[in-house]
Design a protein around this ligand. Structure first.
Ligand code: ITT
Length: 195
């Protein structure tokens, strides 16, 4: 079984492949090239739909997309939908984290709350479905850990006493925003694909 996920983000691709499991071959825009899609939406949901539907319309097959990011309360929700290029350069994780750490300097622990948000859009030939997932945490004061991708080294999870980047892939994939969104999709899978 194969499923196309309209992403070029290697971190996302790895996580989806692990979460779908060996029964599935996760295909991405790294396997089948596609021009960069302008993310012109004003919400995770709009951008997830835009990516899934753009590729679905081009290829006439069901397509999944993931729009995600880090929402920090003390920064009024930033970086939010601008997470991938918060420091100006697309997907420069270190620069993005440095910018967040600088903006969060001096902010007390109780005001460092944040969440990862993931919206998965599933565009079939008939319609598009969206599924939301979140993961609550705090912004650390420095980078810790080497696993995962993106903002994981500065996303501290109090229950685990670790940052997301200090968790194994299995541990992250059991609690992440992406996991929660995918679980909601799983519950509707047979309704959506009638298979
Ligand atoms: P595609 O559009 O090709 O899927 P992208 O990286 O541009 O890739 P987004 O626009 O959804 O995707 O931006 C998501 C950004 O949010 C991503 O680049 C990371 O900086 C951050 N992010 C999302 N999920 C994350 C996770 O699980 N851990 C850490 N950071 C994450």
């Amino acid at each position: 079984k194969e499923i196309m996920i309209a992403t070029k983000n290697k971190g996302k691709i790895k996580e989806f492949q692990a979460m779908f499991g060996d029964d599935w071959k996760v295909l991405s825009l790294l396997d089948k090239p596609f021009d960069d899609i302008d993310e012109t939406g004003s919400s995770f949901e709009e951008n997830a739909k835009l990516k899934a539907e753009t590729v679905r319309d081009a290829w006439n097959c069901p397509v999944i997309a993931d729009d995600s990011g880090l929402v920090i309360d003390a920064l009024n929700g930033r970086p939010g939908i601008y997470s991938a290029r918060y420091a100006g350069v697309d997907k420069d994780d270190d620069a993005n984290m440095d910018k967040v750490l600088a903006e969060m300097e001096g902010i007390e622990e109780e005001n460092r709350t944040a969440r990862f948000v993931c919206v998965i859009a599933v565009a079939t030939l008939e319609e598009t479905h969206v599924f939301h997932g979140t993961c609550e945490g705090m912004i650390a004061t420095s980078k810790q850990g080497n696993n995962g991708f993106g903002y994981d080294p500065i996303f501290y999870i109090p229950e685990k006493r670790k940052t997301m980047a200090q968790l194994s892939a299995e541990e992250k994939n059991a609690i992440s925003h992406r996991h929660h969104a995918l679980e909601k999709l799983r519950r509707k899978w047979t309704d959506i694909f009638r298979q």
